[in-house]
Design a protein around this ligand. Structure first.
Ligand code: TEU
Ligand code: CA
Length: 554
């Protein structure tokens, strides 16, 4: 069993917003090809490509119509094969998004399934009778409203945990699993290097949350058959290739992850956990926890969560490390500070240092390495994202839970569209993203924040990320060492020591715009490897957003 995933650094490309190659305003595969050298120079050696398959245009490609075809706006299969070849020439592997919890309702399986109750593919999806003239139960979609939709043809309801157009597959039907495995082999035989598996811990849905009993429904994640299916997939597909896998698994605990991401290789290589993405969620007016909040992070909570993931998995399972992706706001705006240029640059570097010196495989979301920021959305009409649009509809228009102003403030802070504005390459027209009209507005700060300016600036966020990646490659302790959190209860400082028995590596980070005192082992003493101020500063104090990485050799 290979373990290159432990030393990999992944760069996430959201193709629609990365680079347009033909001037139609949308990013595409030729655009990605043209930027491979940028990714190589950064030092990343794996690309996670968000979905590029034929889709129905509802949820950014997560509504797949045909798993074996490339959506025309992204290019052709020849373009994809060329991308794979050019990436491999540069020592870059490519992992693809695998979206198999659901398909588009336009997928041929669903088209057949909906036709009549006796159709051969009826059980490929989750169909239930209504309860007392309404939905089978009160299970809710992640994108607001009921998770059930009545279908005219048979009068029954199908399950959709996301948008109406994303019908959940029924993994309890063996032919669904076989169909998925066959499709996975088809891609792996083309030479791709693995998968990022969309909401994969939703596939083993417990039957009791899907009853037509008018009840509350319940949690569909981490159900009883989940591990059985992943082991089957591993046995029949994954274990036969030299690949890397990462499962997107909301709601997992470290105990769950010890099974999903065990180092014994029986399921997946690692998972994306979401606990640390919840540190700025809030109890909403209806008493339920919601992402729609304007709260700042609680650093003590964040530290405890990440330290627990570091310690519980050490030596037994493998962590993924991420601050952002296409579903999250920009981390510098969220956990750092984008109010002024000095704070933005410092806090973006500090966040990078804090994450990249931990144990696990780091994921960099496009533009994070530039310290790209959230977008100043003023009105809901500027949103493209089905999640935000549906939530606005429900919370503002239908229920009046939030005022329009408050909801827009939440969307500016937490909305997924913040991550999806075009990549900022240059200070030129449309930030160098397209020669046409961009499908989504470019952040107005592109003249100040762009890759071209940062590439030639040794003090840029980009140059700092290159150093972080290089450090990971130079120092085995970053991959192998254990983890000890320092100053656990401090509300400003995130400090820890990594130790592999030969080397002690220390990262000390100030998560605030004010000076912070260092205590105990956090006080500077070793050889300074990297920092975000030009001079060393005081050993026992950190300046605003300051970070230091230090080394002690045994
Ligand atoms: O996301 C799954 C998911 O539940 C969350 O990431 C969710 O989108 C987010 O927390 C909302 O606040 C995956 C994909 O990454 C996402 O882009 C898709 O919309 C979703 O699945 C459905 O395929
Ligand atoms: Ca294009």
């Amino acid at each position: 069993m290979s373990d290159w995933f432990k030393r990999a650094v992944v760069y996430q490309v959201y193709p629609k917003s990365f680079q347009d190659g033909n001037g139609d305003g949308m990013g595409d595969l030729r655009g990605v090809i043209s930027r491979l050298d940028y990714i190589r120079q950064l030092g990343a050696d794996v690309i996670w490509l968000n979905p590029i398959y034929e889709h129905s245009g509802v949820d950014g490609g997560y509504d797949i119509r045909d798993y074996r075809r490339i959506a025309p706006e992204f290019g052709t299969m020849e373009d994809f094969e060329e991308l794979l070849e050019r990436a491999h020439e540069r020592g870059i592997r490519i992992i693809m998004d695998l979206v198999v919890n659901h398909t588009s309702t336009e997928h041929v399986w669903f088209q057949e399934s909906r036709r009549d109750k006796t159709n051969d593919k009826r059980h490929f999806y989750v169909w239930r009778e209504g309860f007392e003239g309404g939905e089978p139960n009160r299970l809710r979609s992640v994108f607001s409203g009921s998770a059930w939709k009545r279908d005219e043809a048979t009068g029954e309801y199908y399950l959709h945990m996301f948008a109406d157009d994303q019908a959940d597959l029924n993994w309890h039907e063996p032919r669904v699993r076989e169909g998925v495995y066959e499709m996975m082999r088809w891609w792996l035989d083309k030479g791709i290097d693995g998968f990022r598996m969309d909401v994969i811990n939703m596939v083993g849905k417990p039957e009791n949350v899907l009853l037509s009993d008018g009840g509350p429904g319940g949690d569909v994640c981490n159900g009883p058959t989940e591990h059985e299916y992943l082991r089957e997939m591993n046995h029949k597909v994954l274990s036969r290739y030299d690949i890397m896998t990462v499962g997107e698994t909301g709601g997992v605990t470290t105990a769950d992850a010890l099974r999903y991401a065990s180092l014994d290789g029986s399921e997946l290589d690692m998972v994306f956990q979401f606990e640390h993405m919840g540190v700025d969620d809030e109890i909403g007016p209806d008493g339920a926890l919601t992402k729609w909040s304007t709260a700042r992070l609680d650093l003590v909570k964040l530290k405890r969560i990440l330290a627990r993931w570091q310690n519980d998995l050490h030596g037994k399972a493998w962590n993924s490390l991420y601050w952002s992706n296409h579903d999250q706001p920009r981390v510098v705006s969220r956990f750092g500070c984008d109010a002024d240029e000095a704070s933005r640059v410092r806090s973006a570097k500090m966040l990078g240092a804090c994450l990249h010196m931990m144990q696990g495989t780091p994921y960099i979301y496009q533009g994070e390495e530039l310290g790209m920021t959230n977008y100043p959305f003023a009105a809901i009409e500027e949103s493209r994202d089905v999640e935000a649009i549906n939530a606005y509809g429900e919370l503002v228009l239908e229920r009046g839970t939030f005022s329009p102003e408050h909801m827009m403030a939440c969307i500016r802070r937490k909305g997924r569209d913040n991550a999806r504005t075009p990549m900022q390459w240059t200070a030129g027209r449309n930030a160098g993203f397209t020669t046409g009209t961009p499908w989504m507005a470019v952040n107005p700060n592109f003249e100040r924040i762009n890759a071209e300016a940062q590439a030639s600036d040794p003090d840029s966020v980009l140059s700092f990320y290159k150093r972080l990646i290089a450090l990971r490659r130079e120092l085995p302790v970053v991959t192998d060492g254990d983890f000890a959190l320092l100053m656990e209860d401090d509300a400003q400082v995130f400090a820890y020591i990594r130790n592999d028995g030969k080397t002690r590596l220390k990262a000390v980070c100030n998560f605030s715009g004010e000076e912070a005192a260092l205590e105990g082992e956090a006080v500077s003493c070793g050889e300074r490897l990297l920092g975000n101020y030009p001079d060393e500063g005081d050993a026992d104090r950190l300046r605003a957003w300051e970070c230091r990485i230090e080394l002690e050799r045994a």
